[in-house]
Design a protein around this ligand. Structure first.
Ligand code: NAP
Length: 320
């Protein structure tokens, strides 16, 4: 009998084809609707390998049900949706897809930064809704990006790719990590700062840390108050890193100027999320890595990890 793989989303045929010859592949039949929990639990009970996406909660229940399960291959660089303690306890390997999405996610972060700074979405909407009545001296005026100061919290693979883009815009680049990157400081002129100092100094604050117990709520009311009232906050990491109710208050009260969000505490973002009522928020549906080339590369990494494990090799990108 061929080993069984269960895939929780309908995938592009190009990604699945190489797996079909060697393995018994079963796949949820929708790309945009999550597999119902009862079906996931039933499928995982028969699976040797589970292919997940960041919207799947791979909790203890999944590991308990997966009596044959050997690997969870998570098609994302973040793996906060996987209970690693349970995975270790049940002896299941967990892999992710780092690296291949750096440039694509940095492009999106920068696009969101520019769109938020210059109110691109509201401006476009004015045309489509018939509200472009005349050229107006101060309507849709925003913040300059070129020459401004960017503060990157989480200067890792994607953070550095954003910083390189910022240099192309003649920006001063500040960063905050737990560990300094002295080589990058010397080579590219990036300046390390403690979190508070960075928040006070930056015109654009971009969050790119992983979602961990340490970073949950890292940007709350206190941190937002430290920022300039002309500052723009960009979050392309994970929703829970920013306290959304504190962010709503800060944006409503003018403590910061605007925010651009690709990620939310609850995804898909509920339509009653108060942030959606504010004109100074630009929102995107978690599309950081969404280029055709990159999504296919992420799929290839996932397929390779599963193939390696099921054929007795050590998969790359194990998260512990
Ligand atoms: P990475 O290379 O691991 O970089 C993360 C950086 O965050 C590291 O430099 C790390 O440095 C820093 N960091 C970790 N914990 C910290 C803390 N408590 N305080 C300050 N800095 C901290 O990860 P990456 O590949 O760049 O990805 C970053 C995150 O982006 C992912 O975890 C994922 O959640 C998110 N992401 C989102 C999308 C999207 O579609 N929106 C796409 C890809 C990735 P130190 O260890 O020195 O602190």
């Amino acid at each position: 009998m061929k080993p069984r793989i269960y895939i929780t989303r309908k995938l592009d045929e190009r990604a699945v084809a190489p797996l079909l010859e060697k393995f018994d592949v079963r796949m949820w039949d929708s790309e945009s609707v999550s597999v119902p929990r009862d079906i996931l639990i039933k499928e995982v009970a028969e699976a040797d390998a589970l292919w997940t996406v960041l919207a799947d909660s791979v909790n203890r229940e999944v590991f308990e049900a997966g009596t044959k399960l050997k690997i969870v291959a998570n098609m994302a660089v973040g793996y906060n949706n996987v209970d690693l303690e349970a995975a270790m306890e049940y002896g299941v390997i967990v892999t992710n897809t780092p690296g291949v999405l750096n440039e694509t996610t940095a492009d999106l972060a920068f696009a969101l930064l520019l769109a938020t700074a210059r109110q691109l979405i509201s401006a476009e909407d004015a045309i489509r809704s018939g509200n472009w009545t005349s050229w107006a001296p101060m309507r849709f005026t925003g913040m300059d990006v070129g020459g401004a100061t960017i503060g990157i919290i989480g200067m890792g693979r994607i953070g550095e790719a954003v910083a390189r883009r910022a240099k192309g815009f003649d920006m001063r680049v500040l960063y905050h990590n737990r560990n300094r990157k002295t080589e990058a400081e010397v080579e590219h002129g990036f300046e390390f700062m403690e979190l508070e100092a960075l928040l006070k100094e930056a015109d654009f604050v971009v969050i790119l840390t992983p979602y961990t117990p340490e970073t949950v709520g890292m940007i709350g009311a206190r941190e937002l108050k430290l920022m300039k009232n002309t500052a723009v906050l960009i979050n392309v990491a994970r929703g829970g890193i920013v306290d959304e109710s504190a962010l709503y208050d800060a944006l409503k009260d003018g403590e910061i100027w605007a925010a651009g969000l690709d990620v939310f505490e609850t995804e898909p973002v509920p339509l009653d999320n108060l942030l959606l009522t504010l004109p100074n928020v630009t929102v995107l549906p978690h599309i950081g890595s969404a280029s055709i080339k990159t999504r296919l590369a992420m799929m290839n990494l996932n397929a390779q990890a599963i193939t390696d494990l099921l054929e007795g090799r050590d998969p790359e990108n194990q998260v512990f």
